[in-house]
Design a binder for this molecule. Structure first.
Ligand SMILES: NC(=O)C1=CN([C@@H]2O[C@H](COP(=O)(O)OP(=O)(O)OC[C@H]3O[C@@H](n4cnc5c(N)ncnc54)[C@H](OP(=O)(O)O)[C@@H]3O)[C@@H](O)[C@H]2O)C=CC1
Ligand SMILES: O=C(CO)COP(=O)(O)O
Length: 320
């Protein structure tokens, strides 16, 4: 049995895929009405309308009822992870906690696996990340993800249990590289969306992706990440997906800003808070992150998309 805590689009998609392996999947939502709705309709109409929830997905709002020892996949937005762990970490006790979110905490500047290590000290922290749209996973399209866990034996066990016929899991011990790649690519996706929204074309987007990747590497390597992790699914792979697809909420958020359209504050767009967190953090570490800083200003309304473009284009010329 595997528990998935958080019934958003991603948690639900993972539950549907993992259910193919035959064992029971416990899917927890914080709202009892949401649980009742999913039980009655066998669909998650609020967050992932369409795909049917197989019968071996057991729905619950009782987090205290989780069997001991089974891994808990935590699929809540990054800015709520710390509060979730403070509320439920002790109840969940010692077991693998697999973070399924992407971002950097605004207050602590920690990524998901680091947040688990700090706020749920009894848990074994791991992270599941990489290029994957919830709708692709839920509809059975082939998807490859990285499972990073510093304890390689525990990582191997998780890799086995999270692999499904359509979900191919690669393993890493570099949790820092995996969590920073997943967090930072969302910020660059907002920049790419904005450039397309402004009508700047595909060449400008390729430049932003490349220079954005240079920023991702700069910060991650300084934090001790391994270069090959950044080149892998959780870094380059997810950057490529998110910067080029309108299925991405981060990319669509940027598109709207570029076009001067309103954005919906109820949609989970992890790159907005992460842009701010990473800009503050990079300043503390004296790392140059001009694209991330410009995205932070754009999202905060301090710059228009056209001004953001001008900010980047007017920077002093430098060696690549
Ligand atoms: N969607 C995707 O394609 C992918 C998403 N991810 C990552 O997964 C994470 C979650 O995203 P996603 O599932 O899309 O988000 P959604 O917006 O679809 O759903 C967020 C879910 O989190 C729940 N939630 C929010 N705060 C809490 C809390 N404090 N305690 C318990 N539950 C809470 C919400 O519950 P409620 O409805 O009650 O508010 C909701 O069910 C993000 O970090 C995202 O980057 C990763 C890969 C793919
Ligand atoms: O992380 C994702 C794809 O890997 C999902 O991207 P969005 O959160 O931008 O929709």
């Amino acid at each position: 049995m595997i528990a998935i805590l958080g019934s958003g689009a991603f948690g639900t998609a993972l539950a549907i895929s993992l259910a193919q392996n035959g064992g029971d999947i416990l899917l927890w939502a914080q709202d009892p009405d949401h649980v009742a709705e999913m039980r009655n309709t066998r669909q998650n109409t609020r967050r992932l309308p369409g795909p049917r929830l197989p019968d071996n997905i057991l729905l619950t709002d009782d987090i205290g009822a989780l069997p001991a020892d089974i891994p808990a996949l935590i699929s809540v937005p990054m800015q709520t992870l710390r509060g979730f762990l403070d509320d439920h970490g002790a109840t969940l006790g010692a077991r693998p906690f697999v973070a399924c979110c992407k971002g950097i905490d605004l207050e602590t500047h920690l990524g998901p696996a680091e947040t688990i290590a700090r706020h749920a000290p009894d848990a074994l922290p791991a992270i599941l990340t990489g290029p994957s749209f919830a709708t692709d996973i839920a509809t059975g399209l082939p998807t490859a993800l990285t499972l990073a866990c510093a304890d390689d034996d525990a990582g191997k066990t998780l890799q086995q249990s999270l692999t499904t016929p359509n979900l191919r899991i690669y393993r890493s011990t570099d949790t820092t590289g995996a969590e920073l790649g997943g967090a930072l690519k969302n910020v660059i996706a907002i920049a790419c969306g904005a450039s397309i929204g402004l009508g700047l074309g595909d060449s400008a987007r390729a430049a932003l992706m490349t220079r954005g990747f240079a920023e991702m590497q700069r910060l991650a390597l300084k934090r001790g990440a391994r270069p090959e992790t950044l080149m892998g699914l959780s870094g380059f792979g997810d950057l490529a997906l998110t910067c080029t697809s309108e299925l991405s909420r981060n990319y669509r958020h940027g598109l709207a800003l570029g076009r001067g359209e309103d954005v919906d504050p109820m949609i989970t767009v992890e790159g907005v808070a992460t842009a701010r967190a990473v800009t503050e953090w990079a300043a503390e570490l004296a790392i140059d992150m001009p694209i991330c800083a410009t995205v932070a200003d754009l999202c905060a309304g301090h710059l228009s998309a056209a001004e953001a473009l001008q900010t980047l284009l007017s920077r002093p010329l430098k060696e690549e």
